[in-house]
Design a protein around this ligand. Structure first.
Ligand code: ATP
Ligand code: MG
Ligand code: MG
Length: 560
């Protein structure tokens, strides 16, 4: 029997389903704030929210948590939709927290009427000073016990164009001595005049996260509200506000107390050598330290897609790190291993020479060429073949030749044989140098009886080199990426993050050659450059320029 691996989150879900809670229904949601692009941390939440719904025959909706118009827009909404689909998940419905602005407003009015909320005219600094500490009680606002009618009038005023941002807020009247700081009269509404991407200038007053999230879950019928650990201390407030909402809508009184969404928290995904906070990602872009959200060095899903990571490899990586109750730093090499493992099965093998030197096959007729057969993917049955043209002059890697080679050098050196991949066995005969001693050309002779498939091909030759024919290849630009930061955990480093940037995170090679077949590949097709690594054609390519991104090397060579 196959071992069943169930995360603690899924265990909670299974228990609730077994007990028949919420009518045995499972409904989750993924709640991105449309204030940036999704990153691999979001993918962890997506895999849980959508994955659990799939596994237990539930539904997962998408809800845009759009309660702060100053940072949100439709471009982000569109790209979030695209990235979720790319990862391979389907939402049931799309909701917006902004759909509930009226409902939340009405509930807030009820809160004021029933002594659960008041308008505070202090500054945010004053309010913060009065919060107290977890071990000492806070100080009540002088506005805490103002008449209900006054709060109602001011709350209406807060939602007008005349209200000054920051001049007043609505606070829930809870418990200024509660050891849980979130209960010390949390701010639940603030004035914002920036137009909202969906509701325009209809509202001037917006609910805070804590006053929108649990209520939105409740309105939609979410049964399990799965989020990350930093929301653990918010959970009692989440539950309390759902209690009040049930009192408000009468469901509690009618005995309909069985339904309530349950918040469950798991650990965030943090990756070594990068940052995940949207604020910092925005900063990298704004300061031109990367080219945009989809820069292949970014931890964003669009960046990883452009770099050549497959959605399956990201999902496999997330499965491998699992869900726990303890924050950790995840090793980026685990992600890269997952990428290699998946691309090994997917990538078409092609030839490319990144650091070229000319090889002349002196006994091969000038002006002649022939088509060789290249396997598309030996790891994939029925993946077929393509043709690669062989001729008298080829490009090979400069590193694959040594004039005075040690015994263990199994590549090209005078007097020794090597195999040219998919073609012939050749014997190196010498090389030509310029006045400075730089090698400008290498010469070899081929054995016409050693072509793959012929009897002469079977003799033992240690090295196999890749090559492209100089007259049958296309020049390309290759972009090689390294870690964006040179320290493991830039978020935890005391220094300014500019000091931690790896100055060598992008290396561009302009004088590379790829075989004709590779030149016809489009962004989105997974390629392996034989012996070099995985690559993907970049969106910057056009009719006059071919650009490839290095996705990841064939094996882990970093930090050596
Ligand atoms: P930031 O604080 O950087 O803006 P966020 O968590 O506020 O990020 P949201 O768009 O609000 O970003 O996140 C949507 C969902 O994705 C939330 O449920 C959040 O818990 C989850 N999420 C965000 N980052 C991570 C992460 N690194 N690991 C796991 N889940 C995450
Ligand atoms: Mg946020
Ligand atoms: Mg958030």
């Amino acid at each position: 029997e196959k071992k069943r691996s169930v995360s603690f989150v899924e265990q909670f879900i299974e228990e609730d389903l077994a007990e028949g809670k919420n009518g045995g229904r499972l409904q989750t949601r993924f709640p991105p704030e449309p204030n940036g692009y999704l990153h691999i941390g979001h993918a962890k939440a997506i895999c849980m929210d959508f994955g659990a719904a799939e596994k237990y025959n539930g539904v997962c909706n998408l809800r845009f948590d759009d309660t702060n118009p100053t940072k949100e827009n439709n471009e982000y909404v569109e790209n979030i939709l695209h990235d979720i689909s790319w990862l391979g998940f389907k939402w049931n419905k799309i909701f917006y927290a902004s759909d509930y602005f009226q409902k939340l407003w009405d509930f807030a009015i009820w809160m004021i009427r029933n002594g659960h909320a008041y308008v505070d005219e202090q500054t945010s600094e004053q309010i913060a000073e009065q919060k107290g500490t977890p071990t000492t009680p806070g100080i009540a606002s002088p506005y805490r016990d103002r008449p209900v009618e006054e709060s109602l009038r001011l709350f209406e005023f807060m939602n007008t164009a005349e209200a000054v941002e920051g001049s007043m807020v609505l606070r829930a009247k809870m418990d200024m001595a509660n050891p849980n700081m979130h209960f010390r009269d949390p701010v639940i509404y603030r004035i914002i005049h920036t137009p909202h991407h969906r509701t325009g200038t209809q509202w001037h007053c917006y609910p805070m996260y804590d006053f929108a999230h649990g209520q939105s879950d409740y309105f939609e019928g979410v049964t399990h509200s799965i989020c990350t650990l930093e929301f653990v201390p918010h959970r009692p407030l989440y539950d309390k506000l759902v209690d009040l909402l049930k009192e408000y809508d009468g469901s509690a009184a009618k005995g309909l107390n069985d339904f309530r969404p349950r918040q469950i928290e798991f650990n965030r995904l943090n990756l070594t050598y990068t940052v995940m906070s949207k604020r910092k990602l925005h900063q990298l872009i704004e300061e031109g330290l990367v080219t945009g959200w989809d820069d292949p060095r970014m931890p964003t899903l669009c960046g990883m897609r452009r770099r050549g990571y497959s959605p399956e490899s990201i999902r496999n990586f997330i499965k491998s790190i699992g869900y726990t109750k303890f924050d950790a730093l995840n090793d980026i090499e685990l992600l890269e291993a997952a990428v290699r493992e998946d691309l090994n099965k997917k990538a078409t093998r092609v030839s490319a020479v990144l650091n070229p030197v000319k090889l002349v096959i002196t006994n091969y007729p000038e002006g002649q060429s022939e088509e060789m057969i290249a396997e598309n993917n030996p790891e994939q049955e029925n993946s077929g073949t393509h043709q690669i043209t062989f001729s008298r002059t080829l490009w090979i890697e400069r590193d694959d030749f040594m004039e005075d080679a040690p015994k263990k050098f199994f590549r090209m050196t005078p007097g020794k044989e090597v195999r040219l991949k998919n073609a012939y066995i050749v014997m190196c005969t010498g090389c030509t140098k310029d006045a400075d001693g730089n090698i400008t050309e290498i010469q070899a002779e081929y054995d016409p009886e050693s072509k793959s498939g012929m009897a002469g091909a079977n003799r033992k030759v240690k090295g196999t080199l890749h090559w492209v024919s100089t007259d049958h290849c296309v020049q390309a630009e290759i972009r090689e990426y390294d870690r964006l930061f040179y320290v493991e955990n830039p978020a935890a480093d005391g220094r300014d993050f500019h000091e931690l940037l790896n100055p060598d995170s992008l290396r561009i090679k302009n004088n590379c050659y790829v075989e004709q077949y590779a030149a016809g590949c489009k962004p989105g097709e997974y390629l392996q450059f034989i012996r070099l690594g995985y690559f993907m054609c970049d969106v910057d390519s056009d009719d006059n320029r071919l650009v490839f991104n290095k996705t990841v090397g064939l094996r882990d060579t970093w930090a050596k």
